[in-house]
Design a protein around this ligand. Structure first.
Ligand SMILES: Cc1ncc(COP(=O)(O)O)c(C=O)c1O
Length: 450
Protein backbone atom coordinates (compact mmCIF):
# COMPACT_ATOMS: atom_id res chain seq x y z
CA UNK A 1 0.00 0.00 0.00
CA UNK A 2 1.30 3.47 -0.88
CA UNK A 3 2.39 5.52 2.12
CA UNK A 4 0.29 8.55 1.30
CA UNK A 5 1.80 10.74 4.02
CA UNK A 6 5.32 10.15 2.68
CA UNK A 7 4.16 10.71 -0.90
CA UNK A 8 2.58 14.01 0.04
CA UNK A 9 5.69 15.09 1.95
CA UNK A 10 7.82 14.29 -1.09
CA UNK A 11 5.49 16.31 -3.34
CA UNK A 12 5.44 19.41 -1.17
CA UNK A 13 9.07 20.29 -0.46
CA UNK A 14 8.63 24.02 -1.02
CA UNK A 15 5.69 24.07 1.37
CA UNK A 16 7.89 22.45 3.98
CA UNK A 17 10.50 25.19 3.54
CA UNK A 18 7.79 27.85 3.76
CA UNK A 19 6.44 26.26 6.93
CA UNK A 20 9.80 26.08 8.67
CA UNK A 21 10.60 29.65 7.85
CA UNK A 22 7.16 31.17 8.58
CA UNK A 23 6.85 29.39 11.95
CA UNK A 24 9.63 31.72 13.17
CA UNK A 25 7.50 34.83 12.70
CA UNK A 26 3.85 33.68 12.68
CA UNK A 27 2.23 32.78 16.00
CA UNK A 28 -0.67 31.21 14.12
CA UNK A 29 -1.59 30.69 10.50
CA UNK A 30 -5.00 31.56 9.10
CA UNK A 31 -6.67 28.28 9.95
CA UNK A 32 -5.79 24.69 10.51
CA UNK A 33 -5.04 22.70 7.42
CA UNK A 34 -4.62 19.08 6.38
CA UNK A 35 -2.97 16.94 9.03
CA UNK A 36 0.40 16.47 7.37
CA UNK A 37 3.70 17.02 9.18
CA UNK A 38 3.61 20.46 7.52
CA UNK A 39 0.74 22.33 5.90
CA UNK A 40 0.88 23.04 2.20
CA UNK A 41 1.04 26.59 0.98
CA UNK A 42 -1.00 27.97 -1.90
CA UNK A 43 0.70 29.71 -4.81
CA UNK A 44 -2.41 30.57 -6.81
CA UNK A 45 -6.06 29.69 -7.33
CA UNK A 46 -8.36 29.87 -10.35
CA UNK A 47 -11.92 28.64 -10.76
CA UNK A 48 -12.31 25.35 -8.88
CA UNK A 49 -8.56 24.69 -8.64
CA UNK A 50 -5.69 25.71 -6.41
CA UNK A 51 -2.00 25.20 -7.03
CA UNK A 52 0.55 24.75 -4.22
CA UNK A 53 4.10 26.14 -4.07
CA UNK A 54 5.47 23.00 -5.70
CA UNK A 55 3.06 23.27 -8.62
CA UNK A 56 0.66 20.48 -7.54
CA UNK A 57 -2.93 21.17 -8.55
CA UNK A 58 -5.98 20.26 -6.44
CA UNK A 59 -9.73 20.65 -6.77
CA UNK A 60 -10.61 23.01 -3.97
CA UNK A 61 -13.68 22.60 -1.76
CA UNK A 62 -12.52 25.30 0.69
CA UNK A 63 -13.54 28.12 -1.62
CA UNK A 64 -11.80 30.66 0.58
CA UNK A 65 -14.03 29.45 3.48
CA UNK A 66 -17.12 30.47 1.59
CA UNK A 67 -16.77 33.69 -0.38
CA UNK A 68 -15.99 32.22 -3.80
CA UNK A 69 -19.42 31.17 -4.96
CA UNK A 70 -18.29 31.75 -8.58
CA UNK A 71 -14.94 30.04 -8.01
CA UNK A 72 -11.54 31.61 -7.39
CA UNK A 73 -10.67 34.90 -9.09
CA UNK A 74 -13.71 35.29 -11.36
CA UNK A 75 -12.98 37.61 -14.31
CA UNK A 76 -15.71 40.08 -13.36
CA UNK A 77 -14.17 40.68 -9.91
CA UNK A 78 -10.53 40.72 -11.03
CA UNK A 79 -11.37 43.28 -13.72
CA UNK A 80 -13.27 45.45 -11.24
CA UNK A 81 -10.37 45.42 -8.76
CA UNK A 82 -7.81 46.24 -11.48
CA UNK A 83 -10.03 49.06 -12.66
CA UNK A 84 -10.57 50.50 -9.15
CA UNK A 85 -7.04 50.18 -7.75
CA UNK A 86 -5.35 52.95 -9.77
CA UNK A 87 -8.01 55.40 -8.52
CA UNK A 88 -7.02 54.94 -4.87
CA UNK A 89 -7.04 52.03 -2.46
CA UNK A 90 -8.49 53.67 0.62
CA UNK A 91 -9.87 57.17 1.19
CA UNK A 92 -11.24 57.41 4.73
CA UNK A 93 -13.63 59.99 3.23
CA UNK A 94 -17.10 59.50 1.76
CA UNK A 95 -17.25 57.90 -1.65
CA UNK A 96 -20.21 56.81 -3.76
CA UNK A 97 -19.25 53.12 -3.95
CA UNK A 98 -20.79 52.07 -0.63
CA UNK A 99 -24.26 53.04 -1.81
CA UNK A 100 -23.94 50.90 -4.94
CA UNK A 101 -23.01 47.77 -2.98
CA UNK A 102 -25.57 48.52 -0.25
CA UNK A 103 -28.36 48.65 -2.85
CA UNK A 104 -27.29 45.27 -4.24
CA UNK A 105 -27.21 43.71 -0.76
CA UNK A 106 -30.69 45.05 0.00
CA UNK A 107 -32.15 44.15 -3.41
CA UNK A 108 -33.43 40.63 -2.56
CA UNK A 109 -34.43 41.40 1.07
CA UNK A 110 -37.71 43.29 1.42
CA UNK A 111 -37.36 43.37 5.21
CA UNK A 112 -34.11 45.37 5.15
CA UNK A 113 -33.65 49.07 4.39
CA UNK A 114 -30.13 50.15 5.34
CA UNK A 115 -26.56 48.89 5.69
CA UNK A 116 -23.36 49.67 7.63
CA UNK A 117 -20.09 48.21 6.38
CA UNK A 118 -17.18 46.71 8.28
CA UNK A 119 -14.32 44.43 7.29
CA UNK A 120 -15.40 41.00 8.48
CA UNK A 121 -18.35 38.88 9.47
CA UNK A 122 -17.09 39.30 13.03
CA UNK A 123 -17.63 43.06 12.83
CA UNK A 124 -21.07 42.53 11.35
CA UNK A 125 -22.26 40.35 14.24
CA UNK A 126 -20.58 42.69 16.74
CA UNK A 127 -22.61 45.59 15.35
CA UNK A 128 -25.78 43.48 15.46
CA UNK A 129 -25.31 42.76 19.17
CA UNK A 130 -24.46 46.35 20.01
CA UNK A 131 -27.36 47.73 18.02
CA UNK A 132 -29.81 45.34 19.69
CA UNK A 133 -28.57 46.28 23.15
CA UNK A 134 -28.67 49.99 22.37
CA UNK A 135 -32.18 49.81 20.96
CA UNK A 136 -33.80 47.58 23.55
CA UNK A 137 -31.89 48.46 26.73
CA UNK A 138 -31.61 44.68 27.34
CA UNK A 139 -28.33 42.78 27.55
CA UNK A 140 -28.65 39.10 26.68
CA UNK A 141 -28.09 37.55 23.28
CA UNK A 142 -29.64 34.21 22.32
CA UNK A 143 -27.41 31.98 20.18
CA UNK A 144 -27.86 28.35 19.17
CA UNK A 145 -26.04 25.16 20.01
CA UNK A 146 -23.71 24.48 17.07
CA UNK A 147 -23.59 28.07 15.83
CA UNK A 148 -20.64 30.22 14.84
CA UNK A 149 -20.75 34.00 14.54
CA UNK A 150 -17.11 35.15 14.56
CA UNK A 151 -14.33 35.82 17.06
CA UNK A 152 -15.59 38.63 19.30
CA UNK A 153 -16.41 37.81 22.91
CA UNK A 154 -20.15 38.54 22.71
CA UNK A 155 -20.69 35.48 20.50
CA UNK A 156 -17.71 33.26 21.17
CA UNK A 157 -19.30 30.46 23.16
CA UNK A 158 -19.90 26.76 22.81
CA UNK A 159 -22.55 24.72 24.56
CA UNK A 160 -21.36 23.08 27.72
CA UNK A 161 -21.38 19.40 26.67
CA UNK A 162 -22.57 18.35 30.13
CA UNK A 163 -25.64 20.56 29.94
CA UNK A 164 -28.91 18.99 28.75
CA UNK A 165 -29.51 19.00 24.98
CA UNK A 166 -32.75 20.89 25.32
CA UNK A 167 -31.38 23.37 27.87
CA UNK A 168 -27.76 24.00 26.90
CA UNK A 169 -25.56 26.44 28.80
CA UNK A 170 -22.86 28.65 27.31
CA UNK A 171 -19.17 28.09 27.82
CA UNK A 172 -16.59 30.66 26.66
CA UNK A 173 -14.74 29.39 23.61
CA UNK A 174 -10.99 29.69 24.22
CA UNK A 175 -9.10 31.66 26.82
CA UNK A 176 -9.31 35.37 27.49
CA UNK A 177 -13.08 35.87 27.63
CA UNK A 178 -14.44 37.37 30.88
CA UNK A 179 -17.02 35.07 32.45
CA UNK A 180 -19.53 37.85 32.85
CA UNK A 181 -19.41 38.45 29.09
CA UNK A 182 -20.18 34.77 28.40
CA UNK A 183 -22.86 35.08 31.08
CA UNK A 184 -24.77 37.39 28.73
CA UNK A 185 -25.15 34.61 26.15
CA UNK A 186 -28.32 32.53 26.37
CA UNK A 187 -27.42 29.28 24.64
CA UNK A 188 -30.53 27.88 22.97
CA UNK A 189 -31.21 24.38 21.60
CA UNK A 190 -31.10 24.21 17.79
CA UNK A 191 -34.04 22.71 15.85
CA UNK A 192 -35.78 22.18 19.16
CA UNK A 193 -39.12 23.66 20.19
CA UNK A 194 -37.84 24.03 23.74
CA UNK A 195 -36.01 27.12 22.44
CA UNK A 196 -39.34 28.93 22.06
CA UNK A 197 -40.27 28.70 25.74
CA UNK A 198 -36.74 29.65 26.75
CA UNK A 199 -37.02 32.82 24.66
CA UNK A 200 -40.43 33.61 26.13
CA UNK A 201 -39.09 33.06 29.66
CA UNK A 202 -36.14 35.41 29.07
CA UNK A 203 -37.99 38.03 27.05
CA UNK A 204 -37.18 40.83 29.50
CA UNK A 205 -33.46 40.13 29.29
CA UNK A 206 -33.00 39.10 25.65
CA UNK A 207 -32.06 41.95 23.33
CA UNK A 208 -31.45 39.70 20.33
CA UNK A 209 -31.76 36.18 19.03
CA UNK A 210 -29.31 35.50 16.22
CA UNK A 211 -29.23 32.41 14.02
CA UNK A 212 -27.47 31.10 10.93
CA UNK A 213 -30.22 30.06 8.48
CA UNK A 214 -28.02 27.01 7.80
CA UNK A 215 -25.29 26.04 10.27
CA UNK A 216 -22.02 25.39 8.47
CA UNK A 217 -21.11 22.61 10.92
CA UNK A 218 -24.50 20.95 10.51
CA UNK A 219 -25.94 21.89 7.10
CA UNK A 220 -29.62 20.90 7.17
CA UNK A 221 -32.42 21.95 4.82
CA UNK A 222 -35.48 20.81 6.75
CA UNK A 223 -35.75 23.76 9.11
CA UNK A 224 -38.22 26.13 7.45
CA UNK A 225 -41.22 25.63 9.76
CA UNK A 226 -39.04 25.79 12.88
CA UNK A 227 -37.22 28.94 11.68
CA UNK A 228 -40.51 30.64 10.88
CA UNK A 229 -41.90 29.82 14.30
CA UNK A 230 -38.71 31.08 15.91
CA UNK A 231 -39.11 34.37 14.07
CA UNK A 232 -42.70 34.60 15.26
CA UNK A 233 -41.82 33.85 18.88
CA UNK A 234 -39.16 36.59 18.84
CA UNK A 235 -41.65 39.10 17.44
CA UNK A 236 -44.26 38.20 20.07
CA UNK A 237 -41.64 38.42 22.83
CA UNK A 238 -40.24 41.81 21.74
CA UNK A 239 -36.87 40.25 21.09
CA UNK A 240 -35.03 41.39 17.98
CA UNK A 241 -34.37 38.63 15.44
CA UNK A 242 -31.19 38.57 13.34
CA UNK A 243 -30.20 36.12 10.63
CA UNK A 244 -26.48 35.67 10.27
CA UNK A 245 -26.08 35.38 6.51
CA UNK A 246 -22.29 35.66 6.54
CA UNK A 247 -22.06 32.29 4.76
CA UNK A 248 -25.59 31.77 3.44
CA UNK A 249 -26.14 35.24 1.99
CA UNK A 250 -26.01 35.08 -1.83
CA UNK A 251 -24.95 31.40 -1.56
CA UNK A 252 -28.17 29.45 -0.98
CA UNK A 253 -29.98 31.69 -3.44
CA UNK A 254 -29.83 35.31 -4.58
CA UNK A 255 -31.87 36.16 -1.47
CA UNK A 256 -29.89 33.78 0.81
CA UNK A 257 -31.53 32.15 3.82
CA UNK A 258 -34.20 34.85 3.92
CA UNK A 259 -35.43 33.78 0.48
CA UNK A 260 -35.27 30.01 0.84
CA UNK A 261 -36.85 29.97 4.31
CA UNK A 262 -39.13 32.96 3.71
CA UNK A 263 -37.85 34.93 6.72
CA UNK A 264 -38.28 38.63 7.44
CA UNK A 265 -35.64 39.44 10.06
CA UNK A 266 -35.12 42.69 11.96
CA UNK A 267 -31.39 42.56 11.28
CA UNK A 268 -29.14 40.55 8.97
CA UNK A 269 -25.38 40.17 8.95
CA UNK A 270 -23.26 39.59 5.86
CA UNK A 271 -19.64 38.95 4.91
CA UNK A 272 -17.75 36.64 2.55
CA UNK A 273 -19.62 36.68 -0.82
CA UNK A 274 -20.59 40.36 -0.67
CA UNK A 275 -16.89 41.30 -0.80
CA UNK A 276 -16.21 39.25 -3.94
CA UNK A 277 -13.27 37.61 -2.16
CA UNK A 278 -11.93 40.72 -0.40
CA UNK A 279 -12.38 41.33 3.36
CA UNK A 280 -15.86 42.60 4.22
CA UNK A 281 -18.70 42.58 6.69
CA UNK A 282 -22.05 44.34 6.77
CA UNK A 283 -25.01 44.72 9.05
CA UNK A 284 -28.37 45.44 7.44
CA UNK A 285 -31.70 46.13 9.05
CA UNK A 286 -34.95 48.00 9.13
CA UNK A 287 -34.44 51.79 8.99
CA UNK A 288 -35.96 52.37 12.41
CA UNK A 289 -33.36 50.04 13.91
CA UNK A 290 -30.40 51.15 11.81
CA UNK A 291 -31.02 54.72 12.99
CA UNK A 292 -28.85 53.85 15.98
CA UNK A 293 -25.83 54.13 13.68
CA UNK A 294 -26.77 57.69 12.67
CA UNK A 295 -24.43 59.68 14.85
CA UNK A 296 -26.56 62.80 15.26
CA UNK A 297 -29.79 62.60 17.23
CA UNK A 298 -31.18 65.50 15.15
CA UNK A 299 -30.68 63.49 11.98
CA UNK A 300 -32.45 60.51 13.56
CA UNK A 301 -35.34 62.80 14.49
CA UNK A 302 -35.47 64.35 11.03
CA UNK A 303 -35.81 60.83 9.60
CA UNK A 304 -38.94 60.49 11.70
CA UNK A 305 -37.61 58.36 14.54
CA UNK A 306 -37.48 58.67 18.30
CA UNK A 307 -33.76 59.41 18.80
CA UNK A 308 -31.51 56.91 20.62
CA UNK A 309 -27.96 57.25 21.88
CA UNK A 310 -25.88 56.28 18.83
CA UNK A 311 -23.78 53.12 18.61
CA UNK A 312 -20.17 53.86 17.78
CA UNK A 313 -19.29 52.32 14.43
CA UNK A 314 -16.42 53.03 12.13
CA UNK A 315 -13.25 51.28 11.12
CA UNK A 316 -10.44 52.51 8.94
CA UNK A 317 -11.20 50.19 6.06
CA UNK A 318 -14.98 49.80 6.40
CA UNK A 319 -16.51 50.55 3.00
CA UNK A 320 -13.12 50.89 1.28
CA UNK A 321 -13.33 51.42 -2.48
CA UNK A 322 -11.49 48.23 -3.44
CA UNK A 323 -13.86 45.99 -1.48
CA UNK A 324 -16.85 47.93 -2.75
CA UNK A 325 -15.69 47.44 -6.36
CA UNK A 326 -15.05 43.72 -5.87
CA UNK A 327 -18.34 43.15 -4.05
CA UNK A 328 -20.34 45.17 -6.56
CA UNK A 329 -18.95 43.22 -9.53
CA UNK A 330 -19.59 39.91 -7.74
CA UNK A 331 -23.15 40.69 -6.74
CA UNK A 332 -24.01 42.23 -10.12
CA UNK A 333 -22.87 39.06 -11.83
CA UNK A 334 -24.87 36.91 -9.42
CA UNK A 335 -27.96 39.08 -9.82
CA UNK A 336 -27.77 39.03 -13.62
CA UNK A 337 -27.04 35.29 -13.85
CA UNK A 338 -29.07 34.04 -10.91
CA UNK A 339 -31.37 31.96 -13.09
CA UNK A 340 -28.38 29.91 -14.26
CA UNK A 341 -25.98 30.04 -11.29
CA UNK A 342 -28.17 28.95 -8.37
CA UNK A 343 -30.15 26.05 -9.90
CA UNK A 344 -26.98 24.60 -11.42
CA UNK A 345 -25.04 24.97 -8.14
CA UNK A 346 -27.85 23.22 -6.29
CA UNK A 347 -28.03 20.46 -8.91
CA UNK A 348 -24.28 19.74 -8.74
CA UNK A 349 -24.31 19.93 -4.92
CA UNK A 350 -27.19 17.50 -4.53
CA UNK A 351 -25.66 15.19 -7.14
CA UNK A 352 -22.38 15.16 -5.20
CA UNK A 353 -24.00 14.44 -1.82
CA UNK A 354 -26.32 11.79 -3.28
CA UNK A 355 -23.44 9.96 -5.00
CA UNK A 356 -21.31 9.94 -1.85
CA UNK A 357 -24.19 8.88 0.38
CA UNK A 358 -25.27 6.09 -1.94
CA UNK A 359 -21.66 4.87 -2.12
CA UNK A 360 -21.42 4.89 1.71
CA UNK A 361 -24.69 3.01 2.02
CA UNK A 362 -23.87 0.37 -0.57
CA UNK A 363 -20.35 -0.17 0.81
CA UNK A 364 -21.37 -0.08 4.48
CA UNK A 365 -19.16 2.95 5.18
CA UNK A 366 -20.14 4.68 8.45
CA UNK A 367 -20.16 8.21 7.05
CA UNK A 368 -22.70 10.60 5.66
CA UNK A 369 -22.40 13.75 3.57
CA UNK A 370 -24.66 16.41 5.04
CA UNK A 371 -25.50 19.13 2.58
CA UNK A 372 -27.81 22.06 2.35
CA UNK A 373 -27.52 23.68 -1.05
CA UNK A 374 -23.76 24.11 -1.71
CA UNK A 375 -22.66 23.77 1.95
CA UNK A 376 -21.25 20.37 3.00
CA UNK A 377 -19.98 18.53 6.04
CA UNK A 378 -18.99 14.86 5.89
CA UNK A 379 -19.76 13.27 9.24
CA UNK A 380 -18.45 9.92 10.37
CA UNK A 381 -20.43 7.68 12.70
CA UNK A 382 -24.00 8.70 13.44
CA UNK A 383 -26.60 8.16 10.77
CA UNK A 384 -29.18 10.61 12.14
CA UNK A 385 -27.89 14.14 12.77
CA UNK A 386 -30.36 16.44 14.45
CA UNK A 387 -28.10 18.94 16.19
CA UNK A 388 -24.35 19.38 16.37
CA UNK A 389 -24.19 17.11 19.43
CA UNK A 390 -25.03 14.13 17.22
CA UNK A 391 -21.82 14.65 15.31
CA UNK A 392 -19.45 12.09 16.76
CA UNK A 393 -15.76 12.63 17.16
CA UNK A 394 -14.78 9.07 17.99
CA UNK A 395 -13.64 8.38 14.43
CA UNK A 396 -11.02 11.10 14.55
CA UNK A 397 -8.19 8.96 13.28
CA UNK A 398 -10.28 7.70 10.34
CA UNK A 399 -11.33 11.27 9.62
CA UNK A 400 -7.78 12.62 9.72
CA UNK A 401 -6.55 9.90 7.40
CA UNK A 402 -9.53 10.31 5.10
CA UNK A 403 -8.70 13.97 4.38
CA UNK A 404 -5.06 13.14 3.88
CA UNK A 405 -6.01 10.49 1.30
CA UNK A 406 -8.48 12.89 -0.29
CA UNK A 407 -5.64 15.35 -0.78
CA UNK A 408 -3.51 12.60 -2.27
CA UNK A 409 -6.34 11.90 -4.72
CA UNK A 410 -6.46 15.57 -5.68
CA UNK A 411 -9.19 17.22 -3.56
CA UNK A 412 -8.63 19.57 -0.64
CA UNK A 413 -10.98 20.09 2.30
CA UNK A 414 -8.88 21.49 5.13
CA UNK A 415 -9.41 22.55 8.72
CA UNK A 416 -12.84 21.97 10.16
CA UNK A 417 -13.89 19.85 7.18
CA UNK A 418 -16.60 22.27 6.21
CA UNK A 419 -16.77 22.33 2.43
CA UNK A 420 -18.33 24.28 -0.41
CA UNK A 421 -18.98 23.96 -4.11
CA UNK A 422 -18.93 26.89 -6.50
CA UNK A 423 -20.29 27.62 -9.94
CA UNK A 424 -16.81 26.81 -11.27
CA UNK A 425 -17.24 23.16 -10.22
CA UNK A 426 -18.72 21.63 -13.37
CA UNK A 427 -19.51 18.00 -14.21
CA UNK A 428 -15.83 17.06 -14.59
CA UNK A 429 -14.82 18.48 -11.20
CA UNK A 430 -17.79 16.98 -9.37
CA UNK A 431 -17.13 13.57 -10.97
CA UNK A 432 -13.48 13.83 -9.92
CA UNK A 433 -14.51 14.71 -6.34
CA UNK A 434 -16.85 11.70 -6.18
CA UNK A 435 -14.08 9.43 -7.43
CA UNK A 436 -11.58 10.89 -4.93
CA UNK A 437 -14.04 10.32 -2.07
CA UNK A 438 -14.63 6.71 -3.13
CA UNK A 439 -10.91 6.00 -3.43
CA UNK A 440 -10.21 7.63 -0.05
CA UNK A 441 -12.91 5.58 1.68
CA UNK A 442 -11.42 2.44 0.12
CA UNK A 443 -7.94 3.46 1.31
CA UNK A 444 -8.93 3.98 4.93
CA UNK A 445 -10.93 0.76 4.92
CA UNK A 446 -7.87 -1.06 3.59
CA UNK A 447 -5.91 0.42 6.48
CA UNK A 448 -8.47 -0.96 8.92
CA UNK A 449 -9.67 2.45 10.10
CA UNK A 450 -13.34 1.86 9.24
C1 LIG B 1 -22.12 32.45 10.12
C2 LIG B 1 -20.84 33.21 10.36
N1 LIG B 1 -20.89 34.39 11.00
C3 LIG B 1 -19.78 35.12 11.22
C4 LIG B 1 -18.55 34.68 10.80
C5 LIG B 1 -17.32 35.50 11.04
O1 LIG B 1 -16.88 36.03 9.84
P1 LIG B 1 -15.34 36.47 9.67
O2 LIG B 1 -14.53 35.22 9.71
O3 LIG B 1 -15.32 37.17 8.34
O4 LIG B 1 -15.03 37.38 10.81
C6 LIG B 1 -18.45 33.46 10.12
C7 LIG B 1 -17.15 32.96 9.65
O5 LIG B 1 -16.98 31.90 9.12
C8 LIG B 1 -19.62 32.69 9.92
O6 LIG B 1 -19.57 31.50 9.31
Amino acid sequence: MVDVRQELIARTKKSREAYESSAQVLAAEVASTIDMPHPFYVAEAHGAKIVDLDGNEYIDMTMGMGPHVLGHAPDCVVEAVCDAAPRGLQYGIHNPHQETLARLILDPSPALDQVVFGNSGTEATLYAVKAARALTGKRKVGLFDGSYHGVHDYVLATPNRNSPRSAPTAFGRGAGIPEDVTGQIAMLPYRDEAAFDQIRAQRDELALVMIEPVQSSNPQRETKAWLQELRQVCAESDVLFAVDEVITGFRLAWGGGQEVFDLQPDLATYGKIIGGGTPVGALAGRAELMRCFTQSREAQQQAGFEPVRPVFAGTTFGGNPLTMAAGTAHLRYLRDHREQVYPELERQSDRLAAAINSHCESQGIPARMLNAWSMFHLVFGATEIHGSRDIQYEHLEAEREFYLHLLYHGVIIPGLHIAFLSAAHGDAEVDAIIEAFERSFADIRERGLI
